[in-house]
Design a protein around this ligand. Structure first.
Ligand code: GLN
Length: 195
């Protein structure tokens, strides 16, 4: 059966996610029965196996999720969610910005823009649990997880805080795996969807 991935396309870096998922699916499903679509309507969500929430502005994406009546379909989504950067902020139960209504799908506290102005953007080689070589990660005005619940798996941590977590089929990642050419994180997410 083909794997159906959707990328929330309300604001932010969604086209890069579409390309990155296509690349990962070429590796996992060479016959090409799988699909990756931009998601702009709430009724597109329940049919998917996986949904990406991209980077962008978490304040804006939070507002647009409500405006497009997507909050319930996302909260009730039975597949896996792949949330990066602003997406990580939205997955949290708590965030240090009252303008954002989070989805609360991963029990964690998140600090927005945790690296401040001086290190707005940087690249670093990260140790990621389960990968035998480092992963070259691109951080852009990234959040960090300051604490998380006992059922949340910490996948990667740096001095400043936790930068990647998994909860069941959901992943939240502070950096931008869609901007690197390394498909390992996307592949791991897709393999965990149980399709
Ligand atoms: N700092 C942004 C926010 O919290 C996220 C930045 C990004 O997604 N690249 O909305």
């Amino acid at each position: 059966m083909g794997i159906r991935i959707g990328v929330l396309a309300l604001q932010g870096a969604f086209s890069e996610h579409i390309d990155a998922f296509k690349l990962a699916l070429q590796v996992l499903d060479p016959p090409g029965h799988s699909s990756v679509i931009p998601v702009r309507h709430a009724d597109e969500i329940p049919d998917l196996h996986g949904l990406a929430i991209p980077g962008g502005e978490s304040t804006t994406i939070s507002r647009l999720i409500d405006k497009n009546q997507m909050r319930r379909p996302i909260e009730e989504f039975e597949g896996g969610i792949f949330a990066t950067c602003a997406g990580m902020v939205l997955m949290a139960t708590e965030v240090d910005d009252s303008r954002i209504r989070t989805l609360g799908l991963i029990e964690m506290n998140v600090e927005r823009n945790a690296f401040g102005r001086q290190r707005e953007s940087f690249e670093t080689d990260l140790v990621i649990n389960g990968f035998d070589t480092p992963y070259h990660a691109i951080f852009i005005r990234a959040p960090v997880v300051t604490s998380c619940g006992p059922r949340v798996e910490i996948i990667s941590k740096i001095e400043k805080g936790i930068v990647a977590v998994r909860k069941d089929r959901h992943y939240a990642i502070a950096f931008h795996p869609e901007l690197s050419t390394d498909p390992r994180i996307h592949i791991r997410f897709i393999q965990g969807l149980g399709v």
